[in-house]
Design a protein around this ligand. Structure first.
Ligand code: NAD
Ligand code: MN
Length: 358
């Protein structure tokens, strides 16, 4: 029987609560399928580790997880530590060296969840946002000089490479082709950003020519927010830069009912390095320790992990179990207007995994 080695990095805040729940349901689905085993190794890196060691993860941290089959991540973000330190010290310290350049974010209205968009149902909103995850506005290029003086200067340079844009476009067109509607929207801002975004558009057109069966269009990012709200049905697969997709995917998560539901996969398509799966939400300091964090985003991310590992039957079983639970309002956490607790939702999903005879 195949055994997958999973590195679990719960991180900070509710990250620890939802990752613990995620491991429980993953083990339940592995037991139920009886076709593979999961060996989960936990790494307690993050804000508390930083307070003891002055860094978010050990210097050889990446070497410790490089040969795992996948990574399940919680959240990086601690109330006592600046956000740019926690983000760059842990999450980006894994994503960038492991070349997880495709950040994939499905958005769908799950059964039992009500979208804040009036009358919009699961048939009208079924998107996958592909976020360029290695360069663009978050490349880390820039600097600060003359600190504290009136002449102080600071720059964050949005850096785009032809190779980087080509590979994310190819990934997005390929993903669009694999979905029934074969429809891609390329988000841009080439009216105002006249260098990199113009190259982005040109490369989209060139790569698009390799995918004649994919219908695609182009949308300025500001107008895209309007289209997502007013005409959600006209969208399917979406590709955007690191910054644009960061913002659009939070909007997408809200339109689909709650930030607590939305999943992410940080994919290294070449499989040279492990890919990383995580809910899109952060540490949620306001609810940490209360036992009410919605674990569904982590469960859905775990579905994406199983798909990536090639365990399609297990992935489908877990997704079905999650949908059975979201369909029951008694198992909604407070972010969905209910009063269920993390452990109720987790137990419900495990019961659905174990109970179903299909
Ligand atoms: P957040 O996602 O932590 O919280 C935003 C709001 O959504 C809060 O009211 C929170 O209670 C609610 N929420 C989020 N996830 C929830 C869940 N699973 N169940 C129920 N409610 C949920 O975003 P924030 O407040 O902007 O950031 C808090 C910290 O997390 C910051 O330090 C930030 O840098 C970090 N963060 C990390 C990541 C990451 O590691 N990927 C992502 C976003 C934010
Ligand atoms: Mn974000």
């Amino acid at each position: 029987m195949k055994t997958y080695r999973i590195a679990a990095i719960p991180g900070d805040g509710i990250g620890t609560e939802v990752v613990a729940a995620g491991i429980e349901v993953l083990q339940a689905v592995a037991r139920r399928e009886a076709a593979f085993a999961l060996e989960v190794e936990r790494f307690d890196w993050g804000g508390e580790y930083y307070k003891q060691h002055g860094r978010m993860m050990p210097e050889n941290g990446r070497d410790l997880i490089r040969n795992h089959d996948a990574i399940l991540f919680g959240s990086a973000g601690h109330p006592d530590i600046p956000d740019h330190v926690t983000l760059w010290g842990l999450r980006l310290a894994i994503c960038q060296p492991f070349d997880q350049y495709a950040n994939v974010r499905p958005t769908r209205i799950l059964p039992g969840i009500v979208s804040p968009l009036r009358g919009v149902t699961d048939r009208e909103l079924d998107w996958v946002i592909v976020r360029e995850n290695s360069e663009g506005e978050y490349a880390g290029v820039g600097g600060r000089a003359h600190r504290g003086s009136p002449l102080e200067v600071a720059t964050d340079v949005a850096m785009f490479t032809r190779a980087g844009v080509e590979r994310i476009m190819r990934y997005a067109f390929g993903l669009a082709r694999s979905r029934p509607r074969k429809l891609l929207t390329v988000v841009t801002k080439s009216n105002a950003q006249r260098h990199a975004m113009v190259m982005w558009d040109e490369i989209a057109a060139a790569v698009g020519a390799e995918f004649p069966d994919v219908t695609w269009d182009r949308m300025l990012v500001d107008a895209m927010t309007v289209r997502m709200v007013m005409r959600p049905r006209t969208l399917d697969t979406i590709v955007a830069t690191n910054l644009h997709a960061d913002i659009l995917s939070d909007l997408a998560a809200a339109l689909a009912g709650s930030l607590g539901i939305a999943p992410t996969a940080n994919i290294n398509p070449e499989r040279t390095f492990p890919s990383m799966f995580e809910p899109i939400h952060g540490s949620a300091f306001d609810i940490v320790g209360k036992g009410i964090a919605n674990p569904v985003g982590t469960f859905w991310s775990s579905v994406m992990m199983l798909e990536h590992l090639g365990e399609r039957s297990a992935a489908a079983r877990l997704m079905k179990a999650v949908e059975r639970v979201t369909a029951d309002p008694r198992l909604h956490t407070p972010d969905l207007g209910g009063s269920a607790r993390t452990r109720d939702v987790t137990a419900g999903v495990i019961a659905a995994i174990e109970g179903a005879n299909d």
